[in-house]
Design a protein around this ligand. Structure first.
Ligand SMILES: *Cc1c(COP(=O)(O)O)cnc(C)c1O
Length: 440
C-alpha cells in the first residue's frame, strides 16, 4: 500500500523549527490557492466530488488519503487538527464533536470487551461517569487510583490493562500529574499513557514532551476560548509501539481485515480512530466549529498568559481573605503540587481552581456567594474569556455518590472558579463584595 499523502504547507517544509506562536497562526494552513483568502475558509460541505471511479475506490480503500465525507474528514477541520498536532509536538490529530467524544473515540479505538484501564481518580466528573458506567456496558473495567501515589498505578495494573489515563491538571483538586513518572510505569507495563490536557492547553504543558503517548482535549474550553463551541481532539505522539498492540496490529474485521499498524506505521492509531471509530460512532466536528477553534488557537498564548496572571492574583487574594477556608491552586507556593507545577507548567498551572468558604453552613454560604456575584457567570463550563463560577457538589459532580465525591476530593462548600480576562481589580472587587454577603 502506498504511504498516505499528507499535504504539507510551504512554511512547514522549511528546516527551521518555528516558534509556538508562529505555529499557532500558520501551522496546517496556506492561503487558499484559488481565491487567495488569508483566513481559513469554512468548507461547509458534507461531501467531495471524486475525480473518477478509480480515485474514489482508492480513497475508500485508504490507499490514498483524501476527502470522502465530512463525518470522516473535512479541509477546515484538517487545519485545526494539524495545528493542534503541531502545537503538541505530535504526529497528528483527529478532531471530534466534543471532549467526551475524544476520550470515547480513543478508548473505542484501543479497547475490546474484557479490557481494563487504570485511571487517575482526579477527573472531570463526566469522565468519571463515562469510565465507570458507560464503559461497564461495553465490558471495560476502570481501576481508579490516587494519581499522586505512584505505586498505586503499578499495583492497579493487571495483564488485561490496555491503557493508563490521567489529567495534566486534575479536576477539581488542581493536582498536577507527574507525567514523566506515570509514563515510565505505563511503558514498563507495555501500555500507552493517555493524558487529558484540557486545563493546561498545549501552551502551558506539552505532555508528549514528558512521555505521554496520546493527548485528548476538550477544545470547548481554552482552545476555543470563547465559550462558543463544543469540540474535542485526539492527538497522537506517534511514538508508542503499537506493533503488538491487539486492536491496532491485528486484522480489523471492521475494515476488511486491514492491519492498521502494518499499513500505516506510527499513523496506525489515528487512522483507525478516523476510519473506523469516527466512521462508526459519528461524533464528527462541524466545519463551522472547526473554524471557531482555529480562531481560538490563533490567540492561545496571549490569552493563556493573561488567564494565569489573573488566576494567580485571584488565588492570592482569596487566600488572604478571612472568609476563605482554603484555596487549591498549584500556583501558590504552599500547594502540595507547587513543585510539580513548576516542572510541568512553568508559565502557570492554568486558570481553573477551587476554594472553600469558611462557614458553619457551607452549602448556604456557597449559594449566597454565587448569587451575589456580578462579573462572574454561574454556569457549567471553564476556559471562557469571561470569568465563571460553579458549585461542583450540586452540578458537575452531582451524579457522584457521597463516597465518589470524597474519592474525587470534593467538599460540599467548595466553589470552582475559571478565571477570565477581565480587569484584575474588577474580579477582586466582585469576589470581595460577594464574600461580604455570605454568612459566616
Ligand atoms: C469539559 C471537559 C471534558 C468534556 O469535554 P466536552 O467538550 O464538554 O465534551 C473532559 N475533560 C475535561 C478536563 C473537561 O474540562
Amino acid at each position: 500500500m502506498s504511504v498516505i499523502e499528507v499535504k504539507v504547507p510551504l512554511m512547514t517544509q522549511q528546516k527551521r523549527k518555528f516558534g509556538f506562536e508562529t505555529r499557532m497562526l500558520h501551522a496546517g494552513h496556506i492561503p487558499d490557492p484559488v481565491t487567495g483568502a488569508r483566513a481559513a475558509p469554512i468548507y461547509q460541505t458534507t461531501s467531495y466530488v471524486f475525480e473518477d471511479t478509480d480515485k474514489a475506490a482508492q480513497l475508500f480503500e485508504l490507499k490514498q488519503y483524501g476527502n470522502i465525507y465530512t463525518r470522516i474528514n473535512n479541509p477546515t477541520t484538517a487545519i485545526f487538527e494539524e495545528r493542534v498536532a503541531s502545537l503538541e509536538n505530535a504526529t497528528g490529530a483527529v478532531a471530534t464533536a466534543s471532549g467526551m467524544a475524544a476520550q470515547f473515540a480513543t478508548m473505542m479505538t484501543l479497547l475490546e470487551p474484557g479490557d481494563e484501564i487504570v485511571s487517575s481518580s482526579h477527573l472531570y466528573g463526566g469522565t468519571k461517569t463515562q469510565f465507570t458506567h458507560t464503559f461497564k456496558k461495553l465490558g471495560v473495567t476502570a481501576h481508579f487510583v490516587d494519581p499522586t501515589d505512584l505505586e498505586a498505578w503499578d499495583k492497579a495494573w493487571t495483564p488485561k490493562v490496555k491503557a493508563f489515563y490521567g489529567e495534566t491538571i486534575g479536576n477539581p483538586q488542581g493536582s498536577i500529574l507527574d507525567i514523566e513518572a506515570v509514563a515510565a510505569i505505563a511503558h514498563r507495563r507495555g501500555v500507552p499513557l493517555i493524558v487529558d490536557s484540557t486545563f493546561a492547553t498545549p501552551y502551558l504543558c506539552r505532555p508528549m514532551d514528558w512521555g505521554a503517548d496520546i493527548v485528548v482535549h476538550s477544545a470547548t474550553k481554552f482552545i476555543g476560548g470563547h465559550g462558543s463551541s463544543i469540540a474535542g481532539v485526539v492527538v497522537d505522539s506517534g511514538k508508542f509501539d503499537f506493533s503488538t498492540y491487539p486492536t491496532i496490529a491485528a486484522p480489523d474485521p471492521a475494515y476488511h481485515d486491514l492491519r492498521f499498524y502494518e499499513t500505516f506505521g506510527h499513523y496506525g492509531f489515528l487512522m483507525k480512530t478516523r476510519a473506523v471509530t469516527l466512521r462508526d460512532t459519528g461524533a464528527a466536528l462541524s466545519p463551522f466549529n472547526a473554524f471557531l477553534l482555529i480562531q481560538g488557537l490563533e490567540t492561545l498564548s496571549v490569552r493563556m498568559d493573561r488567564h494565569v496572571q489573573n488566576a494567580l492574583a485571584v488565588a492570592k487574594f482569596l487566600k488572604a481573605h478571612p472568609k476563605v477556608a482554603w484555596v487549591a491552586y498549584a500556583g501558590l507556593e504552599d500547594s502540595p503540587y507547587h513543585a510539580l507545577a513548576q516542572k510541568y507548567t512553568p508559565r502557570g498551572p492554568g486558570a481553573v481552581f477551587t476554594f472553600s468558604l469558611k462557614s458553619s453552613n457551607a452549602r448556604l454560604a456557597g449559594k449566597q456567594f454565587i448569587e451575589s456575584l456580578h462579573v462572574f457567570s454561574h454556569l457549567a463550563n471553564i476556559g471562557d474569556v469571561r470569568s465563571l463560577v460553579i458549585h461542583p457538589a450540586s452540578t458537575t459532580h452531582q451524579q457522584l455518590s457521597e463516597e465518589e465525591l470524597i474519592e474525587a476530593g470534593i467538599d460540599a462548600g467548595m466553589i470552582r472558579l475559571s478565571i477570565g480576562l477581565e480587569t484584575t481589580e474588577d474580579l477582586l472587587w466582585d469576589l470581595d463584595q460577594a464574600l461580604q454577603q455570605t454568612s459566616a
